[in-house]
Design a protein around this ligand. Structure first.
Ligand code: ADP
Ligand code: MG
Length: 358
């Protein structure tokens, strides 16, 4: 049912005399018993650049209020997908609906419903933080009567309120990124798209950006759709889509994805025959890496005493590790996210971004 019909029915039930329709009160559209709305819906989406298939027939649903992550190496198709969802690129085929609007038939409504923070820095260095926000407010027809309050609100959220009158060229890379996030929120978007929001920033600044993004999600309920190739960052998301060569390999919460690995990673070092003996004794796949033997075992910590008593005197060291998203990526794609380098064009572009953000 279209949203406006529901609004009318709710308003109607309030305006009428309370006794007239008490028995058949319609369920309001915001009822908690409803399933959360899919604020992003993607069906059979394809994007080709000549012979390159950058986005290869992806399906996707993102629930309202979620922090959703697109995790994949350079060149996987993350930015291309985000650009299609943000109406900046037309898909070759397929359908994408954002905040209830089709990106092809209602691009203006989609644009009004979203905020964008892209990989490439887009602030005007010669203006102050507040002037940059003002420029954005004009583009979005934000009334000047609400501007100051809104600007203060978003600047406070990213901890830049006291620097609002400073020129952007005096800002560090992290401050510029935070200002871009604030700007993306100024018109109260339903969905905020963040394409590699922490690329090229130092670990401390990256943590600060995450703290702000989480706060804004909690405070405003904004749906966050972000891309990253940093495994640790994908851990912040409610759900992750693992993408490689334009194809989605899996979509789930970080915990469920790790469960797919089927146990903890155990790393043992000892004598030469250890790998074969472990393989036979516990019927597991083993990998020899240097002097270490790697294998997976459910409830690894509880398994260690048994291993020590079975192989008394032969073990030099044991490590038990919970599976990481790196392990998940390796399992899904057969290669590590780190070793795969992007195309030389991607590398050049990233190098340029790092240079600008210093
Ligand atoms: N405008 C373009 N013209 C040609 N090829 C492109 C263009 N944009 C992206 N590509 C290619 O599409 C693939 C996906 O790129 P992209 O979506 O930027 O990946 P990611 O953001 O995951 O690093 C890459 O092979 C990239 O080189
Ligand atoms: Mg990208």
């Amino acid at each position: 049912m279209p949203r406006h019909t529901r609004d009318v029915s709710v308003r109607g039930s309030r305006d009428q005399a309370p006794s007239s329709n008490r028995r058949r009160k319609p369920e309001p559209w915001y009822s908690l018993s409803r399933k959360p709305m899919n604020i992003i819906h993607v069906e059979n989406l394809i994007k080709k650049f000549g012979t390159i298939t950058a986005v290869d027939n992806i399906q996707l649903n993102v629930e309202s209020g979620q922090m959703f992550g697109f995790l994949g190496p350079n060149g996987a198709g993350k930015s291309t997908t985000i650009k299609i969802l943000a109406t900046l690129l037309r898909p070759t085929a397929g359908k994408a609906v954002v905040a209830g609007f089709d990106v092809l038939t209602n691009p203006n409504e989609v644009r009004r419903s979203i905020g964008l923070v892209f990989q490439d820095q887009s602030l005007d260095d010669r203006l102050t933080a507040q002037e940059n926000l003002w420029f954005h407010a004009m583009l979005y027809d934000l009334p000047s009567s609400v501007f100051v309050e809104r600007a203060n609100d978003v600047l406070r959220l990213v901890d830049l309120l006291d620097r609002r009158h400073s020129l952007v060229r005096t800002f560090s890379g992290g401050m510029k990124r935070r200002l871009e996030i604030a700007r993306g929120l100024l018109h109260h978007p339903k969905v905020l798209f963040l394409d590699e929001p922490t690329l090229g920033l130092d670990p401390q600044t990256r943590n600060a950006i995450w703290k702000h993004v989480k706060e804004l999600r909690e405070e405003k309920g904004t749906t966050i759709f972000m891309t990253t190739h940093y495994m640790e960052e994908a851990e912040h998301c409610d759900r992750i889509a693992v993408i490689d060569h334009g194809k989605i390999q899996a979509v789930d919460s970080p915990a469920m994805l790790k469960r797919m690995i089927g146990g903890d990673k155990i790393i043992v070092s000892g004598d030469e025959a250890l790998a074969d003996d472990i393989k036979k004794a516990y019927n597991v796949e083993v990998q020899k890496i240097g002097n270490d033997v790697h294998f997976q075992m459910a409830a690894g910590a509880e398994f260690v005493p048994r291993l020590v008593s079975d192989l008394a005197g032969r073990i030099k060291s044991i490590q038990v590790k919970e599976p990481s998203l790196e392990d998940v990526f390796l399992r899904l794609t057969g290669h590590s996210i780190r070793v795969q380098e992007g195309s030389s064009l991607d590398q050049l572009r990233q190098a340029a971004q790092l240079w600008r953000r210093r």
